[in-house]
Write a protein that binds this ligand. Structure first.
Ligand SMILES: [Zn+2]
Ligand SMILES: [Zn+2]
Length: 150
């Protein structure tokens, strides 16, 4: 199935597209960093290999230390502040795209909830198939990630 998905920031300086069939997975992340970055209860992220993402415009990055000692680079539009995507410095070929920036995200299926331990009462984890208290153990996820490079 070939279906091109497009998204953009508020002011349209940043836009992107990717093929829906290249998506690895999609998640709600309730970590405190995502709560701060979105100003909301969670971020909804779509994991897509970087090589399948066409990005137009220059993102500005803010780097934070992730829970497992990795460095998460959060990319946003310098002009309007919309958070577009992030990636771990240690795994730069995997993008985490913020689902809310898609022009149409009605097709999206959520695989799991991350960081349910820091989920807020007013924004509880959804009934996605799986939930993880923090990061899913890399052991289980890394296999899926690396499958996409073969
Ligand atoms: Zn913008
Ligand atoms: Zn998060």
């Amino acid at each position: 199935m070939q279906s091109s998905q497009h998204g953009r920031c508020q002011c349209e300086k940043i836009s992107y597209s990717f093929d829906q069939s290249k998506i690895i997975s999609a998640h709600h992340c309730h970590c405190r960093d995502c709560q701060r970055a979105t100003g909301s209860g969670k971020a909804t992220i779509i994991i897509v290999p970087k090589k399948h993402v066409n990005l137009h415009g220059e993102l500005k990055y803010f780097e934070v230390k992730g829970s497992k000692g990795s460095h998460i680079r959060r990319g946003f539009c310098e002009n309007c502040g919309s958070g577009i995507l992030s990636y771990a410095k240690e795994i730069p070929h995997i993008f985490y795209i913020k689902a809310g920036t898609l022009n149409d995200s009605s097709w999206l299926k959520i695989d799991s909830n991350f960081f349910t331990e820091s989920a807020q009462e007013w924004n509880k984890p959804s009934d996605a198939p799986k939930s993880f208290q923090a990061n899913p153990s890399l052991g289980s996820n890394i296999k899926t990630l690396f499958k996409s490079f073969k």
